[in-house]
Design a protein around this ligand. Structure first.
Ligand SMILES: [Zn+2]
Length: 674
C-alpha cells in the first residue's frame, strides 16, 4: 500500500496535460540553463535553472512543464512509433502487438467514438435505472468497480503490513469526484469557488447525458451532498501517512458490522474475490460514514450518484463534448491548462495505463539494453555502500538500532528497468471498434488480477510502474527500490556526462529511494517489509527530533501567495531528498578517492557540477492553479524547495560555492536526519 514515489504520478489521470514536441537535444544537463545574473548563495534554484525557466514557458496543454515532462514527452514519442506500427492490422502481428495496436486503433478512431455516443454505457445506465431497492446496490457497485468506476469505496488486495509474505483483501475510503476530502470540507473562498464550479460541471455532464437543465441541476446537488457525506467520513491525507492509522485487520464479519446496511455478501460475490477470512479496513470510520449515507439518502439519490460516477469515469473515452467538458473542469479549472492535448498523446497514455506491460515490453526492446541495466546497478551499489557508511558513522544512533538498520539496508531488493516476467494479457478481448468496452475489460482484468492475489504468497517480482514511466519508487512492504527504464535517461542518467553530473542526477534519485526505507513512514517497517518497531525508544526520539527540524523548515516555504508547504505531508519526501543528495555526494567523493582531482568542466568543479545537476533535474514552471492543487494533495514539495531546501542544509554545498553564514542558502539550523 505504501509506495513512495519520486514525483507525483499524473500518468494515471488521462485528462491532465502533457507537452508538445521538443527537441531531444534539450534534455541533457547544460550550463546554458544557468542564470548567470543570479547568486547561487541567494537562490540556487534560480541560478541553476533561471535560463531554462525563461526559455521553457508552459505549453498551453500543460499545467506544469519541467524536466520530467520533457523526458516523458520523448518517451511518448517512442510509444507513438510503436503504437502506430502496431495498429496496422497485419496478420503477422504477435499477440502483444495485436493487443496494444488494436486498443490504440480503437482509441484513435474518433469518428467511431462520436458515432457511438453514449451507447457503450447504455447497459450499465440501464442497470442503474433498473435498481428497485437499496439492497440491490451492492451487486451493482461490484460490477461498476470491476469496470473501473470508482464508486462508494475502494476494494483491492495488498500485502499484510504485519506479515509481508501474505496478501490480504483491502477496503479503503473512496468514491469522491474531487482530488481529496479537503476539497469538500475547507471553508476558505477559493475552496468554495472550486466546489461551486464542480457542481456546475457535474450538471453540464448530466445535460450531455440527456437530462434537462433543471433535472441536471438537482442531480448535481445530489452528487455534492453524497460526496460531501463520504468526504466527512474520510481520513485526512496527513493522518494516512501513519501506517498504524490505516491498518485495521479484521474478520469479514467485523467488517460487515461496520456497514450493516450494505449487502457485503452480494458485493463480494459480484466482485469476483475469492472467499477470504480477514481483511484490512484502512478506514473503519469511512465504512460507518458510508453506512450512514446509505440510510440518509434515497435510492433515487444513489442512482444519481452512480450515474455520475459511471459517466465521469468514462468521460475521457466518450465523444468530444464529454471530453471537452471533463477537460474544462479537471484540466482548466483545477490545474490551469488551457488546451486539450492532441488525441494521440491521450491514446498513448491510455494504452500505457490499461496494457502497460505489453506496451512497455516493446518500449524496452527499443530503448534499454543490458548495458543500461549494468551501469545502473553499479550506481545502486555505490549508493548502498554510501548509506552503509552513513549508518556506521551516524552520531545519534545507538549500536542496537544501527545493527537493525544495516540488516534492513542489506535486505533491500533492487529492481532496474523492467520486470523479469511480463504480464500476460491474452485473456482480455480488445476490439478495434469498442474503446469504452476495451477499457472496461482491461480494467476488469486488473481488478480481478489484484483480487486473485488474496490469500496467496507475495510475488516479489511484480512491478508497480510501467517501463516508460519517468518516475521511481520505494515500497515499504516489499522493501525494494524500483527504477523504470523511462527515467534512466538524460537528464537523470547520461553516458556522455561526467560522474559528477550522473551522481547529482540519477545517483541522488537512487539515494532518495533508499532513504525512503528510513523516513518517518519507512522506518516503521523492518527488512522483511513488516510493520514492526525495531528502534530503541531513545533512537526513535532522536529520529523524531531531527525529522521535526525538517518538517518545521519546509513549513516556512511558500507555494503560492498565502499557501505554505505542508511540512507534515511532505516530511517523508523531504527526508528522502535530503538523505538522497547527501548519500550521492558521499558516493561521488568515494569514487574520486585516490585519483588525481579532475579538472573543471565548463568552468565548474565536480562538486559544483554535482549540485547543478541536482538543481537542474527540477527545473520546472508550474501554473498557479496546479501549485495550489499540489500543495493540498502532493506529498512532494515544490521543485524550488526540493532544491534549495536540501542544499541549504548541506555544508558541502556551502563549501562548493563559497557561501557565507547568513546568506539565504546557508540554513540555520541546518537540518539533518540521515
Ligand atoms: Zn519519494
Amino acid at each position: 500500500m505504501y509506495k513512495s514515489l519520486l514525483v507525483l504520478s499524473t500518468v494515471a489521470c488521462g485528462v491532465w496535460g502533457q507537452a508538445p514536441d521538443r527537441a531531444a537535444g534539450a534534455l541533457g544537463f547544460s550550463v546554458q540553463n544557468i542564470d548567470t545574473t543570479a547568486d547561487p548563495c541567494t537562490d540556487f534554484y534560480q541560478y541553476a535553472c533561471g535560463s531554462w525557466l525563461k526559455n521553457n514557458p508552459i505549453p498551453s496543454d500543460q499545467s506544469s512543464w519541467g524536466r520530467f515532462d520533457q523526458l516523458q514527452e520523448r518517451n511518448r514519442e517512442v510509444l507513438r512509433q510503436i503504437l502506430e506500427t502496431a495498429s496496422r492490422p497485419d496478420a503477422g502481428r504477435d499477440a502483444d502487438t495485436r493487443l496494444i495496436g488494436d486498443y490504440y486503433a480503437a482509441c484513435m478512431d474518433e469518428k467511431a467514438v462520436e458515432a457511438a455516443g453514449l451507447k457503450p454505457l447504455e447497459e450499465e445506465l440501464g442497470q442503474i435505472r433498473g435498481l428497485r431497492s437499496k439492497a440491490q446496490l451492492a451487486a451493482l457497485v461490484a460490477g461498476l468497480q470491476r469496470a473501473g468506476v470508482e464508486a462508494m469505496f475502494d476494494f483491492t488486495s495488498g500485502q499484510d503490513f504485519k506479515d509481508s509474505t501474505q496478501v490480504i483483501a483491502q477496503i479503503d475510503q473512496g468514491g469522491l469526484g474531487l482530488p481529496d476530502r479537503d476539497y469538500y470540507l475547507k471553508q476558505d473562498a477559493a475552496s468554495a469557488e472550486l466546489r461551486r464550479k464542480y457542481v456546475e460541471h457535474v450538471a453540464r455532464m448530466f445535460v450531455l447525458a440527456g437530462q434537462t437543465a433543471a433535472e441536471a441541476k438537482a442531480s448535481a446537488a445530489t452528487v455534492m451532498k453524497i460526496e460531501s457525506a463520504l468526504a466527512q467520513g474520510s481520513d485526512d491525507i496527513v493522518a494516512r501517512r501513519d501506517p498504524a492509522k490505516i491498518y485495521h485487520k479484521m474478520s469479514t464479519r467485523e467488517m460487515e458490522a461496520l456497514g450493516p446496511r450494505f449487502s457485503w455478501t452480494d458485493y463480494l460475490r459480484g466482485s469476483g474475490a475469492p472467499v477470504f477470512a480477514s481483511v484490512n479496513v484502512a478506514s473503519p470510520g469511512f465504512l460507518k460514514a458510508l453506512d450512514g449515507a446509505l440510510r440518509r439518502f434515497s435510492l433515487a439519490e444513489w442512482k444519481t450518484y452512480l450515474t455520475w460516477h459511471l459517466v465521469h469515469s468514462a468521460a475521457p473515452l466518450l465523444p468530444r463534448a464529454f471530453v471537452a467538458e471533463n477537460f474544462d473542469y479537471f484540466g482548466k479549472t483545477l490545474t490551469g491548462a488551457t488546451e486539450l492535448r492532441p488525441r494521440w498523446k491521450r491514446c498513448a497514455d491510455f494504452t500505457d495505463e490499461e496494457l502497460g506491460e505489453a506496451l512497455g515490453k516493446k518500449f524496452v526492446e527499443r530503448t534499454f539494453g543490458a548495458e543500461g541495466k549494468a551501469r545502473t546497478l553499479k550506481m545502486v551499489d555505490a549508493l548502498e555502500k554510501a548509506l552503509g557508511q552513513d549508518l556506521e558513522k551516524l552520531p545519534w544512533m545507538t549500536a542496537e538500532t544501527r545493527k537493525q538498520a544495516l540488516v534492513k539496508l542489506q535486505a533491500i531488493a533492487n529492481k532496474i528497468g523492467y520486470p523479469d516476467h511480463w504480464r500476460d494479457y491474452s485473456s482480455i478481448t480488445i476490439r478495434r471498434d469498442d474503446l469504452v468496452g476495451d477499457t472496461e475489460r482491461a480494467d476488469a482484468f486488473e481488478f480481478q488480477r489484484q483480487l486473485n492475489k488474496i490469500g496467496k504468497p507475495v510475488d516479489r517480482q511484480e512491478w508497480g510502474m510501467t517501463p516508460p514511466t519517468v518516475n521511481a519508487y520505494y515500497d515499504s512492504s516489499m522493501n525494494d527500490i524500483n527504477f523504470p527504464a523511462g527515467i534512466l535517461q538524460p537528464p537523470f542518467f547520461d553516458n556522455a556526462m561526467d560522474d559528477a553530473v550522473n551522481f547529482g542526477g540519477i545517483g541522488a534519485v537512487i539515494g532518495h529511494e533508499l532513504t525512503h526505507g528510513f523516513d518517518d513512514e519507512g522506518r516503521q517497517f523492518d527488512g522483511q517489509g513488516n510493520l514492526r518497531d525495531w528502534w530503541t525508544p531513545a533512537d526513535a526520539k532522536e529520529f523524531e527530533s531531527r525529522a521535526a527540524c525538517i518538517s518545521a523548515e519546509y513549513s516556512k516555504f511558500e507555494v503560492a501567495p498565502g499557501a505554505m508547504v505542508n511540512g507534515r505531508l511532505t516530511l517523508g519526501e523531504n527526508t528522502a531528498d535530503n538523505g538522497g543528495v547527501r548519500l550521492a555526494f558521499m558516493a561521488l567523493m568515494k569514487s574520486m578517492e585516490g585519483k588525481p582531482q579532475p579538472g573543471k568542466i565548463d568552468g565548474f568543479t565536480p562538486q559544483q557540477r554535482f549540485f547543478l545537476a541536482w538543481g537542474q533535474a527540477w527545473c520546472e514552471n508550474v501554473r498557479p492553479e496546479m501549485s495550489r492543487m499540489l500543495a493540498q494533495t502532493d506529498g512532494h514539495s515544490p521543485s524550488r524547495d526540493r532544491v534549495n531546501g536540501v542544499l541549504g542544509n548541506m555544508p558541502e554545498f556551502r563549501a562548493a560555492f563559497a557561501c557565507r553564514v547568513g546568506q539565504p542558502m546557508v540554513h540555520a539550523p541546518a537540518c539533518r536526519v540521515w
